[in-house]
Design a protein around this ligand. Sequence first.
Ligand SMILES: [Zn+2]
Length: 279
Amino acid sequence: MSERRPQHIVCLSFDFDAMSGFISRGMNSPSPISRGEFGANVGAQRILDLLKKYDVPSSWYIPGHTLETYPTQCQRVFDAGHEIGHHGWTHVPPANMTREQEEAGLVRANEQIKKLTGQYARGYRSPSWDLSPHSVELLIKHGFYYDSSMMGDDYTPYRVRQGDVITLEQPALFGQETKLIEMPISWSLDDYPHFEFVRTNTTILPGNMNAHHVLQNWSDDFFYLRDHLQWGVITYTFHPFVIGRGHRMIVLEKLIRMLKDSGASFMRLADAAAAYDAR
Ligand SMILES: [Zn+2]
């Protein structure tokens, strides 16, 4: 462990929501549906071509709704050698579901993943990054190896706790660590809040940031890892309907080139989790 060479792992991950995220917010009229369709029919193909050009492995978290709506597109992702991870069946965050609804969706989408890949998903990523109090127990029960929905570290995976007691008026009581590995994520390393314009009856997400400015944030987070840690993982999260637009694809390509030139090791999340486990 002491004399190891530095290793800076980059995980590119794609949440292949297509229209499921809009539907889960009650946005099922033709225009929002078409935004999701763009991801499935245009964005995902562009991304697969780019990943192939640079020979970069990646992880795709696909809701059951997308798996069953766009089987051909999902097959293409799998055939290209990318990891297929679990992203719920609907895109409703577990925190908004009962335990029964959550488990039913977990099982239903996992069967669909098995149909595509021949095995159940090793990794889970919660829709909208909001786990329920039952999620960890259900993920362990259903044999998941890692989760990627939490933000308790940035470059170092960790073991997920179970049984925390968190109340308003008392200090937090932390539960026990489990064997489930957390591959941490961050909203700042996610394309969605930077770029996507979303208007609901009560909120506006302005999005539409200058992609080159965002690229600087994303690059600097890798440079910090490279310059301060001997070993670590940085996970970027993209959505085909968001990053798949022309000016953002240019920035994604620049990011990949910069990471390659800076000595990054690209891995699928399951492989990065295994590398953490092996240490
Ligand atoms: Zn999603």
